[in-house]
Design a protein. Structure first.
Length: 94
């Protein structure tokens, strides 16, 4: 994957060439279950991109693992990714 540039608050952020934000470069999946798994993976990749330091991610985990609102927010990110994947798959209507 080539380096991509993401603009956040007018400040470009370079992605790591090792992080493919869309695994296998496709949103197409065989089943809704596979689509849901892809949504979870993509949400996790965004966290990794946003905070590339593994140690800091581990430290922050204790801040959200017991906070219901933060866990709901994480679920909303997955739901948004899943909606995008479902649309790309024509909602698995074939």
């Amino acid at each position: 994957m080539k380096n991509a540039t993401i603009v956040r608050n007018s400040s470009p952020v370079k992605t790591s060439p090792a992080i493919a934000l869309v695994p296998n470069n496709t949103l197409l999946t065989a089943t809704p279950e596979a689509g849901r798994e892809l949504a979870v993976t993509m949400a996790r990749l965004i966290v990794k991109l946003t905070q590339p330091d593994e140690q800091k991610r581990q430290q922050m985990r204790s801040a959200y693992e017991n906070d219901a609102m933060m866990l709901i927010a994480a679920s909303q990110v997955v739901a948004t990714e899943f909606a995008t994947i479902a649309a790309a798959n024509n909602y698995w209507r074939k």
